[in-house]
Structures are given as C-alpha cells and as structure tokens.
Design a protein around this ligand. Structure first.
Ligand SMILES: [Zn+2]
Length: 423
C-alpha cells in the first residue's frame, strides 16, 4: 500500500514537471518552484508546514515525544532533461515516512528535508544547500557564479527569497537540531545492483576523491629526424603513467570486500605542440582516484607518484603534480548501516553492500550526525537522462525496505533515549 502510494506520488510529480525530454526541475527556476509548491500541497494535507532555512533548504517537522530527531529527505531539483527518480525517489519515500506517523505522536521528532540545488546543474556548485547547512560552503566561493544565460547565482537566489550572504546561517540552524540520524533513499545511478540482480542495497559511504593534473615536460622535436632513444617524449611518459595507474587501482581493489573496489580515471590528455610530425614536448593529463578507505586512497596516490616519477625517468622528462580537488571518504555510521542491512534483508532475503561513487547530500551530513543511505536498482545504470528508470517491483521493494529502516531507526533512537546511551 505505502510503496504504491510513493510510486503514484512520483508519477504525479513527473507528469507535472517533465517534458518529453525528461524532468525539468532545475534548481532556483520556475519548474523547481512548482515542484516545491506541489510538495507543499502534500504537506498541507498532513496538517504540517514547510519552513525554509537560510540556505533555501525546506524543512518539515513532526514533533515527537522526544526532541531527538530522525531526519529523512533528499532533493527535488533535477538536471535539465533529467530522470524521474534522482532525488524525487528519496523525497517521496521520506514524505511517506512522515505520513505514516501523523496519526499519533512519534517517540522521537521526525524531520523531512528537501535540500536546495543538490545537482549544481545550473551554476556548477553541487550540494549547495546541504554544504551551506554543513558549514562547508563559503559565500565567497560562489558569489561570482553565473549560469549559461549570464544570470548571477546571487540574483537567482534572491528570486527564491535566499540571501547569499546569509546562506551559511543554515549551519547554526542545523546545529540547533538534536539530530540522531539522517536517512536517504536514492537510485544507484550505476550498474552494480543491476549486475547482481538486486532491487536494493546498503550504501557503506561515499568515495574519497584525489584529483590531480600531471604535467610532463620533455622536448618537442622533429618526428622524422629524432631517433627514438634520443627523444624526450612527454606523451609516452604520461601514457606509461596512465597504464601504471590502472594497474595500481586493480592491485588495491578487493572485489571480495564490500566497498573494496577502487577506481582511477585519466579523463583529459593534452599534448603540445599537437602536430602530427612533432614529438610531444609537453603532455598534461588528469588523474582522478577514488576509494572508500582513506588509507587505501593515500597509498594509491603514493604509488601513482612513484609510477609517474619512474615514467618520467624512463622518458627523460620532468613531471609536476597539481591538486585540483580532494575530498576525504565519508563512511556511513556503523549502527545505521547494520539497521539498513536488517531492513534490506527482511525485504529481499539477503543484503548487498556497496559504496557510492557519486557524492550526495548525505555525505555533507556525515561530520554532523549518524548517516546512512539506501540505493535502489538503476536500469542500465543510467541517470541524469530521461531513460533513467527502475522497474516498479524493484522500486516498491526499495521503498518498503527504506520505510523499514526509518522504523528501525526511530525505535533505536527512542531506545537509546530510555537507556541514556547510544547516539
Ligand atoms: Zn540525486
């Protein structure tokens, strides 16, 4: 019953906010506002109200017997021509979790949150609202952002009643909540659950990322006149490093261990002078390494540096590293992971555990409260496109498992209250 109602809500939202090209709930725009207005209608029906924080995240509170709070939520915004489930699934499942408790006073307080601008699709800053709430955002870092039409972020925010300079107040507002758990259901957006034929799985945490640009410098030379042993070919050094990094990732992967697989990607390669008859004197390449465990990520990076030095020596070139971005792995709370495993097992007979490659609002909450996420099967691993889908039976299984998780968490937090221990 409950899961069917969630799917019906998802279809209603999709019908209201999609074109034949997909979902159009771009953050801070009119269709997104419409989706929030629609959600407000659902909340009104429950006799509750929406309260925005300073960053434009929308909150709904269902007071319980205790101020200890379990937070459920996700995001309503989508990329342009997006799918019907990314963010929306978590929102509708969270709405249902609240709905299930409106008849009586729950033992703990429940809050629903709709994070603003998770996607960063318009201004390029993902997790904007949740980063403001977690204290990770600075106004300076986003003040100059504009969209493709030249609209400034600060003006788009103002259209939605959000003042850029006050967005970071959302952090103090979050800290006032006696938050004991944050629970988010999301589509996997990848092929792992599908490959295992599992409708739903437990997320262990989000990958840490080490992202660098490597610059190899040798000597450009004529391709006809320079014998191979006398060359200082910057591209070959980069290529050798890229192949070595692939081996490093395979070596550090533990396919037998949940979340044990690590990845690395060379996504950008530029050579100079970029002439078919010239040995490349300069080669720049990106290296993006990801792992769930901080020590593993650090070792992968150390190994890559060693490999790059070796490749540079072999090709008589130099190499310099520049860090572009890094984020530490954000492992989820062990107790909540266990409750999530129970919920998935009760619904499906066993439990699949996997890490999240993409970042989510949930990752922003990790330093502030116990967090866990649950993933639902993604057909063909596709997301951020109109083909994004989950077969309805799998969708309903994941929703039921999530609602079980919410119940288990409420009981656990309430119990901890009685015993005066736990979270
Ligand atoms: Zn999402």
């Amino acid at each position: 019953m409950n899961a069917q109602r969630v799917v019906a809500d998802l279809r209603e939202l999709a019908a209201l906010t999609s074109t034949p090209d997909g979902a159009q709930r771009l953050a801070w725009g009119p269709v997104w506002r419409q989706s929030r207005e629609w959600l407000k209608g659902k909340i009104d029906e429950l006799g509750l109200r929406i309260e925005p924080d300073s960053a434009g995240n929308n909150w709904v509170t269902l007071p319980g017997a205790s101020a200890k709070t379990v937070i459920v939520g996700s995001h309503l915004d989508s990329v342009p021509n997006g799918g019907w489930l990314d963010g929306a699934l978590g929102m509708m499942a969270a709405l249902e979790a609240i709905r299930m408790h409106t008849a009586t006073t729950p033992p703990v307080t429940l809050k629903l949150v709709d994070w603003a601008d998770e996607e960063g699709a318009r201004f390029g800053r993902s997790l904007l609202g949740s980063a403001a709430a977690s204290g990770e955002l600075t106004a300076e870092s986003v003040r100059e952002l504009t969209d493709r039409q030249g609209v400034k972020l600060v003006d788009a925010l103002a259209e939605n009643g959000v003042v850029l300079e006050r967005m970071t107040d959302a952090h103090a507002e979050l800290k006032k909540i006696d938050a004991r758990a944050y629970l988010e259901l999301h589509i996997e957006q990848g092929p792992v659950l599908e490959s295992l034929q599992k409708p739903t799985g437990v997320v262990l945490g989000t990958f840490g990322v080490a992202r660098h640009m490597l610059r190899f410098v040798g000597q450009a030379a004529h391709s006809g006149s320079t014998p191979i042993p006398m060359r200082r070919d910057a591209f070959l050094a980069a290529a050798q490093t890229a192949l070595a990094c692939r081996e490093i990732a395979l070596r550090h992967s533990r396919p037998d261990k949940p979340g044990g697989n690590v990845v690395c990607t060379v996504g950008v390669v530029n050579v100079e002078p970029k002439i078919v008859t010239a040995v490349p004197g300069i080669c720049e390449m990106s290296l993006d390494q990801r792992a769930l465990e901080a020590e593993v990520l650090a070792q992968m990076l150390a190994d890559a540096r060693e490999a790059a030095d070796r490749a540079a020596r072999d090709n008589k070139v130099s190499v310099e590293w520049r860090e572009i971005w890094r984020i530490e792995p954000r492992p989820f709370d062990a107790t909540l992971v266990r409750l999530c495993e129970e919920a998935v097992r009760e619904e499906t007979g066993d439990t699949t555990r996997l890490p999240s490659g993409p970042l989510h609002d949930a990752a922003e909450m990790v330093p502030h409260m116990p967090v866990v996420m649950m993933f639902a099967y993604s057909s063909n691993g596709l997301s951020h496109c109109k083909e994004e889908d989950t077969p309805v039976p799998h969708l309903e299984t994941s929703i039921r498992a999530y609602l079980r998780l919410v119940e288990k968490t409420i009981r656990h937090v309430a119990q901890a209250e009685v015993q005066g221990s736990g979270f």
